[in-house]
Design a protein around this ligand. Structure first.
Ligand SMILES: NC(=O)c1ccc[n+]([C@@H]2O[C@H](COP(=O)([O-])OP(=O)(O)OC[C@H]3O[C@@H](n4cnc5c(N)ncnc54)[C@H](O)[C@@H]3O)[C@@H](O)[C@H]2O)c1
Length: 261
């Protein structure tokens, strides 16, 4: 799909990958770019930097009514949403020490939010025979995240949901893609990469800039490919995991030890 003249929404658009993707959508000629973020001030700042095609709004993606209301408002103003980029997310280290509520909140932001978007938009997309749902999961959703249980599990749910959507609605014209990066230099990993590195192996494969990832998002939309792996090594790791899961778990256990866990 080409982005020229398209109506687009980017969640988590106030920062990082979302901000750069919103800018890239506008540069590609989108007719409307709705920058939605929990942080309203950032959303509005990004929209005003982009110019008149963009509008910044506050949105908590884990709030079903708010997601439905945003979709309705955008469609009332601009017509059908062509591309919805469900990208909002956050990190939280920890595992069994975290409360069930902490785990649930990550599921709500990283998975259930994608369900709300699909419930709001897929019926219209199927009726038109066209539409694009793009979501940001993570390499953590394919290969786990040693230092964060809820992050790994909620991102795996995001990948599984994207697969399910693509299989069930791809034939009706709904395009689905899922972005699974390792490290990208954004607020989520912070400025202090040395500190972040202590609990993560991913930066060994290179830290990308959000602008680079945004360009890959645009290319993936153009080519309508399902899986976007900005770090190519992830495909090799997925292959090894599929070929010999026990060996892969053993390797990850050794990596955890090396990282001091
Ligand atoms: N940076 C990385 O290394 C990396 C790697 C893999 C995946 N990701 C994923 O990329 C996505 C974008 O993150 P980023 O790296 O650009 O980080 P970021 O912190 O720069 O941007 C994330 C944005 O999401 C917003 N957000 C958080 N919770 C929200 C909610 N409930 N509703 C609406 N907005 C909310 C934040 O306010 C923030 O502006 C996230 O889903 C993240 O998990 C990032």
């Amino acid at each position: 799909m080409e982005l020229v003249d398209r109506v687009t929404v980017v969640t988590g658009g106030g920062s990082g990958i979302g901000r750069e993707s919103a800018k890239a959508f506008a540069a590609e000629g989108a007719r409307a770019v709705v920058v939605a973020d929990l942080n309203e001030e950032n959303a509005k700042r990004v929209a005003s930097d982009i110019g008149p095609v963009a509008r910044g709004v506050r949105l908590d993606v884990s709030d079903r009514d708010a997601v439905f209301a945003l979709c309705r408002d955008v469609e009332d103003e601009h017509g059908p949403i062509d591309v919805f980029f469900s990208n909002a997310g956050y990190g939280q280290p920890g595992g069994l020490d975290l409360s069930a509520e902490d785990w649930q909140h990550m599921m709500d932001v990283h998975f259930t939010s994608h369900l709300y978007v699909a419930q709001a938009l897929v019926p219209g997309m199927v009726a038109r025979g066209e539409g694009y749902l793009f979501s940001t999961a993570s390499a953590a959703g394919l290969l786990t995240q040693i230092d964060s249980g809820p992050y790994a599990v909620s991102k795996a749910a995001a990948v599984a949901f994207a697969e399910w959507l693509a299989i069930n609605y791809g034939g009706d014209g709904v395009r689905v893609s899922v972005l699974c990066p390792q490290a990208v230099r954004t607020n989520i990993i912070g400025d202090d990469l040395t500190e972040w590195d202590r609990g993560n192996q991913a930066s060994q494969d290179g830290v990308l800039l959000p602008e680079q990832v945004a360009q890959m998002v645009v290319e993936t939309i153009r080519e309508e490919r399902f899986l976007l792996l900005p770090h190519e090594q992830v495909a090799t790791y997925m292959k090894r995991k599929a070929e010999d899961p026990d060996r892969w778990i053993g390797g990850m256990q050794r990596l955890k030890k090396r990282l001091g866990g």
